[in-house]
Design a protein around this ligand. Structure first.
Ligand code: NAD
Length: 292
């Protein structure tokens, strides 16, 4: 079997077009959607992510505010900025780029963001709401994956889904969203005894491991839907310097029915869902303004 490829760039472009229309309508009502982004330190990958987010905002007609701090900034200074942004009615979304330097208590920083502006969906209250199937800002990467499954008409209800990875930002919320959508979900991680036993019986496999080309075709059920969240920069071999996912695309695409590539798969959907959450927050602000 040769898998059909899910084109994340095409889907992201379509959804971003809809978001741009909504942003323009809100701006016409006097509410210009606005995302504030905080970057601490000089991690090159974080700088690229922030640059991409800011540029995606601009293209969608979302205003962005960027605040850069040096590696040794005191947590108090960043917390003061968060308090200011929480109180600013012109700001609809606040994002603190992770990871933060050692002097920070990451959980405390995430909880200092107003729940109503937590467009990354990492605040403990939004996570709790998601776990109770209440309306919440959904974390962008797993939300983007759900959007991909939906756009491809993948039947999630009743499916056997295996999520590999249990991080707070991808694996755990991914498992929660699939559970809420009616899948029977198994979460595998570094302590899982026989990973292939689980992946071979899965209708849907989501890999969020951080290990290049780790999931190979022989670990998959023929016809499975394979979603590759991993983004890894290869350091050796003939492809050194290139990006690779957590799935070995060459062998997996021979077995899977549907597969996402890296790059051009989940990555573009992550930023798209950040824009979507910012516009949702702005439309709530517009509704409050209209009601006042
Ligand atoms: P993480 O390091 O926080 O978590 C990795 C998970 O993989 C852990 O839960 C660990 O238990 C599991 N794991 C490690 N080795 C394993 C093994 N041998 N078998 C089974 N499980 C194993 O990483 P993360 O933040 O969840 O990110 C995962 C990957 O997704 C990374 O490559 C990251 O760059 C990428 N990512 C991509 C996007 C995107 O927009 N596409 C967003 C976030 C993260």
């Amino acid at each position: 079997m040769t898998a059909r490829i899910i084109d994340g760039n095409a889907l992201a472009a379509r959804v971003r077009g809809e978001i741009a229309e909504q942003a323009a309508q809100l701006a016409a009502q006097g509410v210009q959607p606005c995302l504030a982004v905080i970057l601490v330190g000089n991690d090159p990958a974080s700088a690229v992510y922030v640059r991409n987010k800011v540029s995606a905002c601009e293209k969608a007609g979302i205003r962005s505010l960027r605040f850069d701090y040096p590696q040794d900034v005191t947590p108090g200074e960043v917390m003061a900025k968060l308090a200011e942004l929480n109180a600013d009615p012109a700001v609809h979304g606040i994002l603190v780029q992770l990871p933060l330097p050692r002097q920070f208590d990451e959980a405390a920083v995430l909880e200092a963001i107003s729940v109503a502006k937590d467009v990354d969906g990492f605040h403990a209250e939004n996570v709790g709401r998601l776990s109770q199937s209440q309306e919440a800002f959904l974390p962008c990467t797993p939300h983007g994956v759900m959007k991909m499954l939906e756009s491809e008409g993948v039947k999630v209800e009743g499916a056997e889904a295996v999520v590999i990875g249990r991080s707070n930002i991808v694996g755990k919320p991914m498992a929660m969203l699939l559970t809420n959508a009616g899948a029977t979900v198994t979460v595998c991680h570094s302590k899982t005894r026989d990973l292939a036993f689980h992946t071979r019986r899965a209708d849907i496999v989501v890999a969020a491991i951080g290990k290049p080309r780790f999931i190979t075709g022989d670990m998959l059920k023929p016809g499975a839907v394979v979603i590759d969240v991993g983004i890894n920069r290869l350091t050796e071999g003939p492809d050194a310097g290139k990006l690779a996912g957590d799935v070995d695309f060459a062998s997996a695409s021979e077995v899977a029915g549907l597969i996402t590539p890296v790059p051009g798969g989940v990555g573009p959907m992550t930023i798209t869902m950040l824009l979507a959450n910012t516009v949702i927050s702005a439309s709530r602000a517009a509704a409050r303004k209209g009601a006042a």
